[in-house]
Design a protein around this ligand. Sequence first.
Ligand SMILES: [Zn+2]
Length: 414
Amino acid sequence: MSTSAQRREYGTGSIYQRADGKWIGSFPAGHTRSGKRRRLTVVADTEQQARSRMRSKMREVAGGKAPGDPTTVAGWSKTYLAEHALRNRNSTTKNVNWAIGYVVEAIGEVKLAKLRPADFRRVHEFGAKKGLSPSSVLRLHDRLKAMLKAAVLEGLEIPPAALIVQGPPVPTNDRIAIPIDTVGRIFEASKRESHDARAIVLLGFLAGLRRGEMSGLTWDRIDLDRGVLVIDRQLTRFGWSHGCDDTCGRTPRSCPKRWVAAPTHLGYEVIPRSSLVLGPVKTARGRREVPIVDELAEHLLKMQAADRPSSWDGVPRFVLLTAIGGPMGQHSLDVLWKQVLQRAETKHPSGRSWNTHEMRHTFVTELMRTNTHSSIIETMVGHAEERSTRGYIHPSSIDARSAADRVASGFFQR
Ligand SMILES: [Zn+2]
């Protein structure tokens, strides 16, 4: 740090002198409810003063109602979260910290050995009161249960009833296929939006791509001669991590040495100047080929001819680009999709927006409606289910192509 004197370590905290001469003590103190690491700081005129203030503040935190007793929910959560962070991806850890943060706030003081189903209900009610959706409340429930199972493995005593409590009810998934005439309106509307917006619509309805697969699609994966898209990667956003051993006292995102903790040894590629990561797709087999139907080919050729320069050096040439020439994350993709929907004046029957995954859902539904064999559907959309049929049936690409054509024919009434 250029503005401060040499940093000194004391226990788990650190002390340094700020440019204005003040001494700052800073130490980690658990996590905030949103899963971010919390740091507390003290300010003093001398180094010694800063040290003693920091020490007493540390004692205060440890001895207060903050987690200290390892036999309470809050106490065990500290061990559990630390263990979890060692073994999992940053983004997963963030989710777990988020959920357990709520749990601790709701029932942190409860002794593990005294947990009752009523305590789970308190968590549900707390989540609902904080405005979480039913499915988010269910996530709190599931994380709490996972944390208690880990406690059992650790040899801690948990009442059996607490391990089998049912989750709160969640309304059934209202995801449906988009009706064909609506799809027609969406196609029409997309003609009057940007190249990228139209590409999103075509890739969703005619090739069934997941959102991350669209974002991660690069020109070298498009084989117009053979007429196939090779889908083997997806672009996702990872969280930022500290590159400073967590001593900068800021959030990971504003850490001066921030970096993206992606498992590059597993083939993940970090996109420079962003927290976007290009990684393998989610399917068991990891790679599939999807036929390119005429309407999609035509549009891809148009985009190729436009040959927009990417302002990102040293990254793969992405098909979808943001206004400033960078790869398109999920958020920007959703913005374009919603613009098309607005122009088409269509909404899900419940009044919400259609989501991008419903294009994929529609594609699969149309494949089924046109009597496409499930094994062909599976190779086209990359489902991980029905793996057992794979060893026996080898659907030819001709079958896949005619299936994709049947779907397109329905949409375009050709
Ligand atoms: Zn940092």
